[in-house]
Design a binder for this molecule. Structure first.
Ligand code: SF4
Length: 888
């Protein structure tokens, strides 16, 4: 008889009763009955359960047997009780992915094929390291599960299979390194102690798929003549045709993810209302579950989450990454501000004026600085200047030292920086912060000669690599917050929901993508090879998923919910649901019942949104500009929002230079060029223009590299501009001034006595008896030409004419105005506004009447027409997008 034949197997059907309790009662009765029949002393027997969460249910149920309780454990709880796991030393696998990647670099150092890859393709090199670690850890874990004897036979077999696995290529070479790395580990895993135990009997409860370690243990024990019982609770979906569970099952189909989240939350709330507690919410789709959590928390549901999330997504980790990015030489101002606004720099902020961060932000915005490297500290004023200096002194702690440092030095500098910030203590007070300090070795030392110490001491990293290492370490760690007491709902992975005392299970995401596909195995161990080595393959992982799903059917209530579309594509049902329905139909139970929507319906009366309108009697400001008047003409409601309420969009600090930066710079360059030329005409105009360009670039703190594309445009413009200027001057025009503010009071109506017009003239030129107002433009020539076809609609030059009227009259000059188009591909173009003085007077009369009416309380309606709406900053206020179509 083989060892397998000596293991007695009993199956536990699904139809044992309603929920986990009858299941455990039936299971312990089977165990007790078997022990009595075999004359086994129950107190000396060991029962192995799938998860630690099952221990309490099984021990409670055993009390009903009246027998002495056997030892109930999981393989890992039993192994831990028998002795500690040996620690990794030197280059041994530590099962800490971030440390193992560093040790894998050492392993490959000096191998010519690996060195070639490192030099040629840094990304492929990094991937190769990750794949190597993934394969080595998988091989080591599998070998541990085989027990001492199985392991001995495994390594030569694996070596042979790998050598025959295909042509010698990079993957095969990496897989062989992974194998030798894992095989060279001389440590004895803690689980080997299980194989020396001699209990009166082993009882293994199998649920949710095969566990290789438990199976190896039972085979070895049976071969040694120890009585063994395998209680197999797993059933295939096809077996359900003759073993249908009594679960109350329903299936919901939803149109989109939001509706799926709402239906899921409604189902959970209905279970709570009916006191069917606790409810398991299965976390198949993390994004969806986050939304469901938000909906449930709004209803004050007591909810816990034992799936956890990556440490990198916690606020503490995000703040640490912000600090590290702020310390980088090419950090952006956004990154610096993100760190300065975080809890991590609270200590620094408390030493500054209350508004220091706001002041620094607004000064950076105003001066157009987007990168820390372009900030000119001497231009900063007051609290912003002190904050900047203090922040730079702190960041210098991390920046000090050679470019390449070992990991231990980087971590030491980071620890000192956090200490000086007062952030080390703060992190120690947060649950995620404590885990972060441990994961990054900021609050513990690796033991001497360990794999961790070797990696920390011998790995040389530059600053970008260090930030990447911290990020990867935080990504690799799971953070599980403490569960609150008296839970109503527990978010849990599917595999861990089985056989637990949940009154109801809710599984959203039961579609073919979310509940059908399984994670791929290690890249270096493809399916054929994995099968040869006896390791899990895709089919095995799918069978495990199906086994876990079947166990959910033991719950009293199971609701599966799914979307039937992914965007515009249809989304199929999970194949597990298809197989379940086929089994139900075969057994005569019919299709899976449709979900009953528990949400009450409420009829709401329509409340159509009408076109917005405002009035603001007596609220006109003291001064208006050309753009304000243009807003009044385009849409009075926009004028109300921008000028009377003073609403403004916050300017974003964007790293890349945009067209507006270019425009501002170009205005400044031409102004400087002409002002200097007026003092002393340059011998070389082209050089003078180039000098002005460079001077203004530096003054505005614009980085040379980012400015390159605009510099190319400027080099094209330079000869064209000088050619145009030569022609303009030959026609008798002379530059007279630029960038000059002007204001006037052109109204005669008594209610507008206090209202001024104001603006800044780009430039004005003169020749005998004529004054020409020039406005530089870098936009589309066609758009300006269109505007000038109806000159009465061109507010800008008409307003400039009003601002200059008195001055021109005093000097006896006639006024003219034009746009100078700088960007046109055909060369510079001068587009005159015809009869500007006459049009300015007509505009003044029209505006005077409109403004007087506004001041008297006339309506300011939202016109909602034309291009004005496209980029309107107060669109959210007038709610144009919500207007009822029939609105007058
Ligand atoms: S979105 Fe259109 S209608 Fe509304 S305020 Fe702006 S310009 Fe006026």
């Amino acid at each position: 008889m083989t060892a397998e034949q000596q293991i007695e197997t009993q199956h536990l059907p699904l139809g044992l009763g309603d929920g986990a309790r009858p299941f455990w009662e039936a299971a312990v009765q089977r165990m007790a009955g078997w022990m009595q029949a075999r004359g086994v002393q129950s107190r000396d027997a060991v029962v192995l359960l799938p998860f630690a969460q099952h221990l309490a249910s099984a021990r409670r149920a055993w009390r009903s047997t009246g027998l002495w309780q056997p030892r109930m454990e999981t393989t890992h709880s039993l192994a831990s009780a028998l002795g500690p796991s040996p620690l990794s030393q030197g280059l041994q696998i530590s099962f800490d992915a971030a440390i193992d990647v560093l040790n894998a670099r050492q392993l490959l150092a000096g191998q010519s094929w690996a060195e070639d890859l490192r030099r040629q393709d840094a990304r492929a090199w990094q991937l190769a390291l990750q794949h190597l670690v993934e394969a080595a850890q998988a091989l080591a874990r599998h070998a541990h599960a085989l027990g001492p004897q199985g392991r001995q036979a495994f390594w030569p077999r694996a070596r042979q299979a790998l050598q025959q696995s295909g042509p010698a290529d990079l993957e095969q070479a990496l897989a062989l390194v992974a194998l030798e790395w894992a095989a060279s580990d001389s440590r004895v895993p803690a689980t080997d102690a299980l194989f020396s135990l001699r209990p009166s009997a082993w009882v293994l409860m199998r649920a949710g798929g095969v566990d290789p370690l438990s199976d190896a243990l039972l085979s070895a024990a049976a071969a040694d003549g120890i009585p063994c019982l395998l209680l197999d609770a797993d059933r295939t979906l096809e077996q359900l045709a003759s073993d249908l569970p009594p679960v109350r099952l329903q299936e919901a189909r939803c149109e989109d993810p939001e509706s799926l989240a709402q239906c899921t939350a409604a189902t959970v709330l209905e279970h709570i209302r009916r006191q069917e507690l606790p409810v398991a919410l299965i976390a198949q789709d993390r994004v969806l579950v986050r939304r469901v959590r938000a909906l449930l928390e709004r209803q004050s549901v007591r909810l816990g989450d034992e799936t956890g999330w990556t440490l990198a997504t916690t606020p503490e980790a995000a703040q640490l990454m912000a600090l590290l990015r702020a310390a980088q030489p090419r950090a952006s101002i956004d990154e610096l501000l993100q760190w300065l606004k975080s809890d991590l720099s609270r200590g620094l902020r408390e030493r500054q004026a209350a508004d220091a961060v706001d002041q620094l932000e607004s000064q950076c915005r105003r001066l157009g600085w987007v990168q820390s490297g372009t900030v000119q500290a001497t231009h900063l004023k007051g609290p912003a200047s002190r904050l900047w200096q203090d922040a730079q002194e702190l960041l210098a702690i991390l920046r000090a030292g050679p470019a390449q440092r070992n990991l231990a030095q980087w971590l030491d500098q980071l620890r000192r920086l956090l200490e000086r910030l007062g952030a080390l203590a703060w992190l120690g007070e947060q649950a995620a912060g404590r885990q972060l300090l441990l994961a990054l070795w900021l609050q513990r030392e690796p033991w001497p000669d360990s794999a961790h110490q070797l990696a920390l001491q011998s790995t040389l990293l530059g600053s970008t690599d260090f930030v990447q290492w911290v990020n990867e370490t935080l990504e690799a760690q799971q953070f599980v917050p403490e569960l609150p007491a008296d839970l109503q709902v527990l978010v849990t992975p599917m595999a861990r929901a089985m056989l637990r005392p949940f009154a109801a299970i809710v599984l959203p995401g039961a579609d073919a993508l979310t509940l059908g596909q399984v994670a791929a195995g290690p890249v270096l161990l493809p399916d054929t090879l994995a099968r040869q080595l006896g390791m899990p393959d895709q089919a095995g992982r799918r069978a495990q998923l199906a086994a876990g799903f079947v166990q959910l059917l033991r719950a009293p209530h199971l609701t599966v919910l799914r979307c039937d579309r992914a965007g515009s594509e249809p989304l199929a049902r999970s194949p597990l649901l298809e197989r379940l329905e086929a089994a139900r139909e075969q057994s005569g139970a019919g299709a899976i019942p449709a979900w009953q929507d528990p949400r009450p319906r409420r009829a709401l009366a329509a409340q159509p949104m009408h076109r917005a309108q405002a009035s603001a009697a007596g609220q006109l400001p003291r001064a208006l500009s050309a753009s304000a008047l243009e807003a009044l003409r385009n849409c009075p409601y926009q004028f109300f929002g921008l000028q009377l309420l003073g609403l403004r969009e916050d300017e974003e600090l964007v790293e890349e230079l945009d067209k507006r930066d270019y425009g501002n710079w170009l205005h400044a360059v031409l102004h400087r060029f002409h002002e200097l030329a007026r003092e002393q005409r340059p011998d070389d105009a082209a050089q003078a223009l180039a000098d002005a360009a460079e001077h203004e670039r530096q003054r505005m703190g614009l980085s040379e590299a980012e400015f390159l594309p605009y510099l190319a445009s400027f080099r094209r413009l330079q000869p064209r501009y000088l050619a145009w200027l030569a022609g303009h001057e030959a026609a008798g025009w002379q530059y007279e001034g630029g960038e000059q503010p002007r204001q006037c009071q052109p109204w005669t109506h008594p209610v507008l006595r206090e209202l001024r017009l104001q603006g800044r003239l780009d430039r004005f030129d003169e020749q005998l008896g004529r004054r020409l107002l020039l406005d530089y433009k870098t936009g589309s020539t066609e758009a300006i030409k269109d505007r000038l076809k109806r000159p009465l609609e061109d507010t800008q030059l008409a307003v400039y004419a009003l601002l200059s009227a008195e001055e021109a009259a005093a000097s006896g000059a006639t006024l003219e105005a034009a746009y100078l188009m700088l960007d046109d591909s055909k060369g510079l173009q001068l587009l005159p506004h015809p009869q500007v003085a006459l049009n300015a007077e007509l505009l003044r009369q029209g505006l005077e009447q409109d403004l007087a009416e506004v001041q008297a309380g006339a309506a300011l309606p939202a016109l909602g027409e034309g291009r004005a709406c496209a980029l309107c900053p107060v669109r959210g206020l007038c709610r144009k997008d919500d207007w009822w179509e029939g609105s007058p």
